[in-house]
Design a protein around this ligand. Structure first.
Ligand code: ZNA
Length: 250
């Protein structure tokens, strides 16, 4: 963002982006209803971090936000990802077959944004905020932790995760997927997890990778686990020429 000058200061920029993304996402809602949902979202969102120290925002600060926005069920269509953000979002936007957190209201609105508050100030800030690893309880990281937990807890049927087969450790237990999402799977709602190991021509990605054994061990045994190596070029082909039936891509 550019320097915030004049009326209202820095907070107004963030509000404008959040409100406009929110109304865009809710395009099928009536304008009055849409305004109300987006205002509620903004109030609950800012309520989590405004006036707080930028390294002291716990995940629970976003409880009200998570509970205040409508949540759709995406049975058999939930897609998790770790270190595959770009290809995953190309895929979901191109085929509309699966749904990531960033294809839901809260994920869509906040993706790529930075925000924080300051002790003793009623304003929102978008610069001078802590970076991801600077302090664990920063407002952005806690947001993604909290909404990821809710997204995982609401998954039902057979879910999919796209992991990066070019890495030595495609399943990283310290990632958000490994440390939060897997732990929030509800095996009375979910039936299975299908790993798609996204590979490039040059690497030797295999489902026997020991980190994937660890993922399997971390899952409730009631969940049906499967894994498949899929070339990135095959996914790109799917995006360019989507199959009539979702699920026929690999
Ligand atoms: N849309 C997001 O920014 C985001 C989404 C951030 C964190 C988590 N998520 C959820 S959890 C998403 O919907 C996936 O299902 C899960 C991916 O999280 P992950 O397993 O931690 O995967 P990742 O690729 O390591 O990180 C995801 C995103 O988190 C990145 O694209 C960055 O936006 C952010 N991030 C993670 N680590 C760092 C980081 N940003 C800066 N520095 C880091 N060290």
């Amino acid at each position: 963002a550019i320097l915030a000058i004049g009326l209202g200061g820095p907070g107004n920029d963030l509000r404008r982006v959040v409100m406009s993304r929110c109304t865009t996402f809710l395009e099928r809602e009536d304008p009055p209803n849409r305004r109300k949902i987006c205002q509620t979202l903004w109030d609950a969102f800012t309520g989590a971090f405004v006036g707080r120290d930028q390294c002291e925002v716990p995940l629970e600060a976003y409880d009200q936000l998570v509970h205040s926005v409508p949540q759709k069920d995406h049975c058999h269509r939930t897609l998790f990802w770790s270190k595959t953000k770009h290809v995953v979002h190309q895929f979901t936007q191109g085929t509309k077959c699966l749904v990531t957190l960033e294809d839901t209201l809260l994920g869509f609105v906040m993706d790529g944004l930075t925000w924080c508050g300051r002790n003793g100030s009623r304003k929102t800030f978008t610069t001078g905020c802590p970076r991801w690893t600077q302090c664990p309880l920063n407002p952005v990281r806690s947001f993604w932790g909290r909404v990821s937990a809710a997204f995982a807890a609401s998954a039902c049927g057979n879910a999919t995760v796209m992991l990066n087969g070019s890495l030595a450790t495609p399943f990283d237990p310290n990632s958000t997927f490994g440390s939060i999402e897997v732990k929030n799977f509800n095996s009375s709602r979910m039936t299975g997890l299908a790993v798609v190991l996204v590979a490039s021509e040059s690497d030797s990605a295999t489902c026997e990778n020991s980190s994937l054994q660890n993922l399997q061990k971390a899952l409730d045994p009631a969940l049906k686990y499967s894994c498949k190596v899929v070339q990135q070029s095959q996914i790109q082909g799917c995006i360019a020429d989507p199959p009539l039936a979702c699920g026929k891509c690999w």
